[in-house]
Design a protein. Structure first.
Length: 186
């Protein structure tokens, strides 16, 4: 089955900002079923997702915690899984950055990865989101080498025991691990 390519747009009419889901009608010829009904269901899911996220994520950036980012990442991943066989959002990163008022594209990718690779038990608000970001940059490498779970536990233990180094020191520690793995060591 061919995916329906959609674009989530924002526009202004008479000073009022609105959001909508658009599709190129040329793409609908190869899609079976009632496209209009499918788009309507997609819109409802997406806009319900935005409503849920606004209840989770504090507007004030200084009050945002890793658990908030994880919850948003989990919601986005669950949403993506639920639509991936039917829809392709052609401007997914841009729409998520805009509609969820996160940071930049790079952080949005990290938030998605956080929701995908980490469980609720892996997240502690005693650890800064920037520490999680540092770990996320090498998650794939750690996972491929069977070390991701070990590093998650180590990070949680440092957060719990109040022995967590500052972000720059943690970055250097992970850099050493990364270089070791790239050179073939474990």
């Amino acid at each position: 089955m061919k995916q329906i390519p959609v674009k989530i747009v924002e526009y202004t009419i008479s000073g009022e900002t609105r959001k909508n889901v658009m599709i190129d009608l040329m793409d609908t010829y190869e899609i079976s079923g009632n496209v209009e009904s499918k788009i309507k269901k997609f819109k409802k899911k997406y806009f319900d997702l935005i409503k849920k996220s606004t209840k989770i994520m504090p507007k004030e950036k200084s009050k945002r915690k890793p658990s908030h980012f994880w919850q948003i990442g989990k919601l986005l991943n669950d949403f993506h899984k639920s639509i991936e066989n039917e829809f392709e959002i052609t401007n997914f990163s841009q729409a998520v950055n805009r509609d969820f008022e996160l940071y930049g594209t790079r952080q949005t990718a990290a938030i998605l990865q956080l929701g995908k690779e980490f469980s609720k038990k892996d997240i502690s608000d005693n650890i800064s989101f920037s520490h999680y970001l540092e770990l996320l940059w090498i998650t794939k490498m750690l996972k491929e080498n069977g070390l991701l779970e070990k590093e998650k536990k180590r990070l949680l233990k440092m957060g719990k025991n109040d022995t967590l180094p500052n972000r720059d020191v943690y970055r250097k520690e992970l850099s050493i691990v990364s270089k070791t793995l790239k050179s073939g060591g474990k």
